[in-house]
Design a protein around this ligand. Structure first.
Ligand code: GLN
Length: 240
């Protein structure tokens, strides 16, 4: 018989991670985990707990184990077909919102290239309900996750299966804002073999070249898809 408190005490993980996994296993809230910590885990819960501990000990990111990660105050569904949303990318959101603070009431058209979980597109659409937000990804598996996040937080976002601009064929496909957090890690970067990155989709991390390949493509093609005065916002590596 294992009580919640005992299981937590014996866990080799940082206490915060242990608590998050225990909440996931028991369905208890953070407060309940404290007030009901003498409760005995059911056998199925104990097995589940041990499986999750094992996955985490082997380095699997918390976000994939829990199936979710918070971004800009909203909870996003994630799985290993999408990059885990990063706090760094919230800076891109702030930049776009601040630059267009005076145009809050204008129906601006926004395009997110390589949307992954949909974090950027969904956040912009949810922060500016009047904006017309489109998002594309080359990965069908990623689009499934993006659709879930769209349905939850910003049902007006339009998702398209597209290799960058390739599916945007209508002459009307022009935008005021193009945003992207493309794969920008160089093929030979040692970080790809470290930490969370080992578990993330390689195609969302690396351009399999010098890191700048997708920027060249996006920047070369963007003028045909930008309205007058339109802007591009790109996340990039700190040495790029
Ligand atoms: N910012 C991510 C990292 O360094 C990389 C994301 C990307 O390639 N777009 O872990």
């Amino acid at each position: 018989m294992t009580q919640i408190a005992q299981a937590l005490r014996l866990s080799p993980l940082p206490i915060l991670e242990s608590r998050m996994l225990m909440q996931h296993v028991t369905g208890l809230s953070r407060v309940q985990l404290i007030t009901r910590d003498t409760e005995v885990l059911m056998q199925t819960q104990l097995t589940h707990w041990n499986t999750l501990l094992d996955r985490r000990i082997h380095g699997e990111p918390m976000a994939y184990i829990l199936g979710q990660r918070e971004f800009y105050g909203r909870m996003f569904t994630v799985n290993p077909s999408v990059l885990i949303p990063r706090p760094d990318t919230e800076i891109l959101i702030d930049a776009v919102l601040q630059d267009h603070a005076e145009q809050e009431q204008k129906r601006l058209r926004v395009l997110d290239l390589g949307t992954g979980s949909g974090a950027i597109a969904v956040t912009l659409a949810a922060e500016r309900l009047i904006w017309d937000v489109w998002a594309v990804d080359v990965s069908a598996a990623a689009l499934k996750i993006a659709q879930e996040n769209v349905d939850t937080h910003a049902p007006t976002v339009q998702l398209l299966h597209s290799d960058w601009f390739s599916a945007l064929t209508e002459p009307s496909a022009s935008f005021d804002i193009i945003v992207s957090n493309p794969p920008y890690i160089a093929a030979d970067d040692a970080h790809l073999a470290e930490g969370d990155l080992r578990f993330e989709p390689r195609g969302a991390l690396s351009d399999e070249a010098d890191g700048l390949r997708h920027y060249r493509h996006i920047i070369a093609n963007a003028p045909s898809f930008l309205n007058d005065g339109g802007r591009i916002y790109l996340e990039h590596g700190f040495e790029q």
